[in-house]
Ligand binder design. Structure first.
Ligand code: HEM
Length: 459
């Protein structure tokens, strides 16, 4: 083997006894799990350790040697040690020459060091071929094998041949490999594990913002208004009544915000008459977090349903029912049965239940394990067509709940509309625009634009 070249171990020899072993520097959690996984996949594994005779437990079937001896016996070395300890690698330059070094390290925070760990490693050992990879996997994922959330291995490095070697090993371990380019992408890969639910950030911020806004809006309109205008303390309503207004209101707005970008995109395409032009960045980003928006909205709708179950057992409600019954007995009168009220309440309950049922269906089908089992057509049928029907039912539920209160001046305390009326604005706009888009002449044009794009796009 020429010192500069990368010598590959043929995959079909992986299980052969004379095969070249893979080397792991570092006997911590990650090194241990990686070694076990490699062993299970048929590789021979050699550990490099500062203290080969007292380095703690290692997977049975592996060997442990000094760093120098271990590096010499292998062509591929996984560096499972902290960046702060990389310094000693400079003493192994001859042994590491021409070898593929896989940097699996991560940092505790972004921009902790001026250069990426993998670039630093390459600078320390210029004769080796450094590949950044496996750093997005946890020791747990390595030990248990790939799962849905942990299937992808990102790689980057300057030597295509070295990357190929690492990619083959990752594939053999059952992971899917994604090549992110040269070693200059290492910093980006090292930042991946530090991101905390990046695609959930916007939906969660929106949920918190809307909840805070509607909480204070309704606090002023319901509780403070009663205190100021009628000298009544109804602050106890904060716990259930107010919560059971804020949650469904936020849920309905967020559900409609899942469908708003779709209709904006359609309007843009109609306006531009083409599908070739890129959507603005904000619209792209908005479209990409629709699933998270929908799931947060579903969580809020579920809270509304749970709070609604509570209504009959509330002390306040039972007290009001008893008081009304007693006063009717005292006054020797019976209140008339109002069919209109029966229709109204039954209708909005029923439509709410149907809406919630479809809402659950949307949530379940957006989970990766379920959506992976659906074809693209089935997925888009549920998420798009049934999605609009869900929005329609939930909106109708709220209109029916409002019934004739929309026209009653006493509803508008301090000239402000109730929260649910505000929550109807976006869903109504989305549904009306969607209805216009479904008009045959508009729909035909839109389909033509979309088909035109599909016909000519090389992908
Ligand atoms: C209000 C029941 C699902 C949105 C109400 C109310 C009830 C109710 C009883 C009146 C609450 C009160 O008097 O304070 C149900 C039932 C559902 C359901 C039984 C399904 C099992 C939904 C869903 C949405 C929704 C899926 C959509 C996100 C609303 C809204 C209000 C409301 C916006 C008005 C809140 C306010 O008083 O300001 N619902 N609902 N509901 N519901 Fe539902």
């Amino acid at each position: 083997v020429k010192p500069e070249t990368v010598s590959l171990c043929p995959l079909n020899m992986a299980a052969a006894p004379e095969q070249t072993p893979l080397c792991i520097f570092g006997t911590g959690d990650l090194g241990f799990s990686l070694g076990r996984r490699l062993l299970q996949s048929g590789y021979r594994v050699v550990y490099g350790s500062r203290r080969p005779h007292s380095c703690g437990p290692l997977p049975p079937g592996t060997q442990v040697m000094s760093h120098g001896a271990a590096a010499q016996s292998a062509n591929l070395v996984f560096i499972c040690i902290h960046r702060e300890n990389y310094g000693f690698l400079e003493t192994l330059l001859p042994e590491l020459r021409g070898k593929v070094l896989v940097d699996v390290s991560n940092n505790l925070k972004k921009n902790q060091y001026p250069e990426a760990n993998a670039e630093y490693l390459q600078r320390l050992v210029p004769g080796a071929h450094v590949v950044k990879g496996f750093n997005t996997l946890s020791a747990w994922a390595l030990q248990n094998g790939p799962s849905d959330a942990n299937r992808q291995v990102y790689l980057c490095g300057n030597s295509a041949e070295a990357k190929q070697t690492v990619a083959e090993t990752a594939t053999k371990l059952g992971f899917t490999v994604l090549d992110r380019g040269s070693l200059s992408a290492a910093r980006e890969l090292e930042d991946f594990p530090l991101q905390l639910f990046p695609e959930w950030r916007m939906p969660l911020r929106l949920a918190v913002g809307l909840t805070a806004f509607f909480f204070f809006y309704l606090l002023i309109r319901d509780v403070i208004y009663a205190y100021v205008e009628q000298q009544k303390d109804i602050s106890f309503r904060i716990m259930v009544s107010l919560a059971n207004k804020v949650f469904p209101i936020v849920s309905l707005i967020m559900l409609s915000l899942c469908y708003l970008p779709g209709v904006i995109a359609a309007l843009l395409q109609l306006y531009r008459g083409t599908k070739y032009k890129r959507f603005p960045d904000w619209l792209d980003r908005w479209m990409l977090c629709r699933k998270q928006l929908g799931l947060v909205a579903l969580a809020f709708a579920s809270l509304h349903v749970l709070y609604t179950l509570l209504i009959p057992i509330r002390y306040y409600v039972r007290y009001k029912v008893a008081a009304s019954t007693i006063s009717q007995i005292k006054e020797n009168r019976t209140s008339e049965f109002d069919t209109a009220i029966a229709w109204r309440t039954d209708s909005y309950y029923s439509v709410g239940i149907l809406g919630f049922g479809l809402y659950l269906l949307l949530g379940i089908t957006s989970l990766p394990s379920v959506s992976n089992a659906l074809s693209w057509r089935e997925f888009s049928f549920i998420q798009s067509k049934l999605g609009y029907v869900t929005l329609l039912f939930c909106t109708l539920h709220t209109y029916l709940y409002g019934w004739n209160k929309f026209l009653r001046p006493s509803t508008y305390k301090w000239y402000t509309p109730p929260g649910y009326m505000l929550s109807l604005i976006v869903p109504t706009v989305v549904l009306v625009v969607k209805l216009l888009l479904l008009l045959p002449c508009v729909d035909r044009t839109l389909t033509r634009i979309r088909q035109g794009w599909e016909r000519t796009d090389p992908e």
